[in-house]
Design a protein around this ligand. Structure first.
Ligand code: 5GP
Ligand code: MN
Length: 336
């Protein structure tokens, strides 16, 4: 175990540091990782961000992106860095299974492991933890860690601020989810004062789609949407063939589930997509409905109350059926 004083002592000398985050990184995963990276390099640390898999183009512009190592592209180099690190920061996940094969390497490494995260039910693999499920984003916790634990607000420079803004913006669904408190808005204001150009970040993340992505979205809404009014639930199910036909890239499916949730009566929306070897589910819900409970109980996944995900080994049709059969159990919550 490591207490804050010992962690601060370690960070006073340049250290070999690995920062990692969950597979298929989203805006918060990349924003919190690169935010911390841009903070650490100012103090002369040898820091590297290693992601378990690739991530979408609309997240590939953040400061420090050119130094990110993708594990699947450079497994040996990644393994050597993990084995050699003094500190490993584990951001936006709390179970080693979320980083695929890297989980074993991180678990075996003698490095001190620092978990900074806002997901439920953390596994016990860390030496120091900055964990709060009420945080709207891990990027919010990185801000809190730098400002309130390490007491270095002056090191929130433009690069750090830009990355943390991106993490908070994406994980709070553009400042819309209930956990976007006044405290979050104050942090965001400070990030803008520190140099984050808010309108430009929105442009880069949300107005950077390809024509393919828009046509694919049109296809999803016109041909793949099923509304179940008796359960206030909507499903968008996409086959492997659809993905091929529209040449869908990493990240092109991101956010499509929110269109299903945008209907007034809908309380639960599911985006079900047939990937190479398994079917992936993304659930979004409104209010108190626990989307993460369904993902955990039935689809080996988890997440937050209003945004959760999981997987199934069944085929697309079977997973759609399985999902529909679960709904009666939640009918009371869905129709209230
Ligand atoms: P998405 O639907 O965007 O993939 O994920 C939404 C939320 O659910 C994210 O916070 C993500 O961390 C979580 N999540 C998605 N897939 C999984 C999974 O397989 N396991 C767990 N534990 N969480 C997941
Ligand atoms: Mn997050």
């Amino acid at each position: 175990m490591l207490d804050l004083a010992a962690l601060k002592d370690l960070l006073e000398q340049p250290q070999k540091i690995v920062i990692t985050t969950h597979h298929k990184p989203d805006g918060d995963a990349m924003g919190s990782s690169l935010g911390l990276y841009n903070y650490l390099i100012q103090q002369g640390h040898h820091a590297k961000v290693i992601t378990p898999t690739d991530y979408p183009d609309f997240l590939s512009w953040m400061p420090g992106n050119e130094d990110v190592i993708i594990y699947t592209e450079q497994p040996e180099k990644s393994a050597a860095l993990i084995a050699d690190a003094k500190l490993i920061f584990c951001l936006d996940f709390n179970a080693l299974g979320r980083i695929n094969e890297m989980g074993m390497l991180v678990g075996e490494s003698r490095a001190f492991k620092i978990m900074i995260d806002h997901h439920l039910e953390p596994e016990d693999f860390d030496d120091y933890r900055h964990w709060n499920i009420n945080a709207c984003a891990t990027a919010q916790l990185i801000y809190d860690f730098i400002v309130n634990e390490l007491h270095q607000p002056e090191l929130i420079n433009k690069d750090v601020a830009t990355c943390l803004y991106t993490g908070i913006m994406t994980d709070s669904a553009s400042f819309r989810l209930p956990n976007t408190t006044s405290a979050v808005h104050r942090i965001v204001a400070n990030l803008i004062d520190a140099g984050a150009v808010n309108w430009r970040i929105h442009e880069l993340v949300y107005n950077s789609a390809s024509e393919n992505r828009l046509r694919f979205l049109g296809h999803c809404l016109a041909n793949c949407l099923e509304v179940l009014p008796e359960y206030n639930t909507a499903i968008i199910a996409v086959s492997k063939d659809d993905l091929e036909k529209f040449d869908v890239d990493t990240g092109d499916t991101e956010g499509i589930v929110n269109y299903a949730l945008s209907m007034a009566s809908i309380r639960l929306a599911a985006f079900i997509v047939e990937r190479k070897d398994k079917v992936k589910l993304s659930l979004r819900s409104k209010g108190e409905f626990p989307a993460n409970e369904i993902c955990k109980k039935y689809f080996g996944g988890g997440g937050h109350r209003n945004a959760a995900g999981g997987y199934s080994d069944g085929n697309l049709e079977q997973v759609i059926q399985q999902f529909k059969l679960i709904l009666p159990e939640y009918k009371k919550l869905l129709i209230q």
